[in-house]
Design a protein around this ligand. Structure first.
Ligand code: NAP
Length: 293
């Protein structure tokens, strides 16, 4: 659609922003629904964050996605935030409602919805999480509030970070069944084997390091498990390949990526993103980019 005086602007702030798929996802969805919106990318240094947030209001920008390193610090610059965003301590979507800025965390929706069809399988069973960063917080929040896991094991390189997440969610959500482990200990194999849901929330395996994998042996996966990799580029990681070969059901980070985007899209436009078409388009784009390299 042609840009004109009515065009509404949404976008992404972060630093550095090298290869985000969000412009592709949103602009494709705006085009197929014929919405007069454009999604732009703004590289914002931490020292300019406050001014950039004021600029959302003064320029009449409809909404903004927020990525590293601003997801946590942006909270103090907003008028309001959803309870999820407050509890997780991170905002990835801002809505400008006539000058009032409200923050949301749509990663929770993305993760929860992508697991929805497996709800009976994963509810009240043990879950295992690699990583204890920002996305792990959204995953843990989603698991506790929607799937009531029997236990959550967090394996992280920095053990104290995992301990502090476990302590935090025990306090704010009253969930006590955490175990924390060091990432590289061989003993975590037994915890993985006995878990129904295994989630990688680290960037291990992400392009261009697509040969990397967060496990030492693939003899830990079996049918009946759900193995989820938040990494979305490549869409089908080596980690997922190992799990699938052993009979586990696998979920790619592409699903969460598109579903979290669909929630932002809905918050900004009031319309539903055509997620199936967007997914086919994105996978095609990723394949053709890789062929060109
Ligand atoms: P983050 O806050 O920086 O946390 C990264 C986590 O990974 C930390 O726990 C870190 O451990 C661990 N880690 C990093 N490199 C490691 C390595 N070489 N070996 C062992 N552990 C390592 O990042 P994030 O925001 O959680 O994002 C993590 C990944 O999830 C990224 O690939 C991101 O693209 C993806 N993601 C996907 C979606 C989606 O929609 N699919 C949404 C959000 C994030 P330490 O604490 O020890 O440093």
């Amino acid at each position: 659609m042609e840009i004109n005086a009515e065009t509404k602007i949404v976008g992404l702030i972060g630093h550095p922003i090298t290869h985000s798929f969000s412009p592709l996802i949103h602009n494709f969805a705006f085009d197929i629904l014929g919405l007069n919106y454009k999604y732009l990318v703004f590289d914002v240094l931490p020292e300019n964050l406050k001014d950039a947030i004021k600029g959302i209001v003064s320029l009449g920008i409809k909404g903004i996605n927020v990525t590293i390193p601003h997801k946590e610090t942006v909270l103090q610059n907003l008028d309001d935030a959803s309870s999820e965003a407050r509890i997780i301590g991170a905002v990835n979507t801002i809505v400008n409602d006539n000058g009032i800025l409200k923050g949301f965390n749509t990663d929770v929706f993305g993760f929860t919805e992508s697991l929805r069809e497996f709800k009976d399988m994963v509810s009240n069973t043990p879950a295992f999480i690699f990583g204890a960063g920002g996305s792990a917080r959204a995953v843990i929040y989603s698991l506790i509030t929607n799937f009531q896991p029997e236990r959550i094991t967090i394996a992280n390189r920095n053990l104290s970070r995992a301990e502090s997440i476990a302590r935090y969610f025990s306090q704010v959500l009253g969930y006590k069944n955490f175990e924390v482990k060091e990432f590289f200990l061989p003993e975590i194999s037994a915890d993985i084997k006995s878990s129904r849901l295994i989630v990688n929330t680290t960037p291990i395996g992400m392009y261009p390091n697509s040969d990397d994998i967060p496990i030492q042996s693939d003899d830990i996966f079996h049918p009946g498990q759900i193995v989820y990799d938040l990494v979305y580029n490549p869409p089908f990681t080596r980690f997922l390949k190992f799990a699938q070969e052993k009979g586990a059901t696998v979920i790619s980070g592409i699903d969460m990526l598109i579903l979290q985007a669909s929630k932002s899209f809905e918050l900004w436009t009031g319309k539903q993103m055509p997620v199936g078409e967007v997914k086919r388009f994105l996978i095609q784009k990723l394949k053709s980019r890789r062929r060109k390299k």
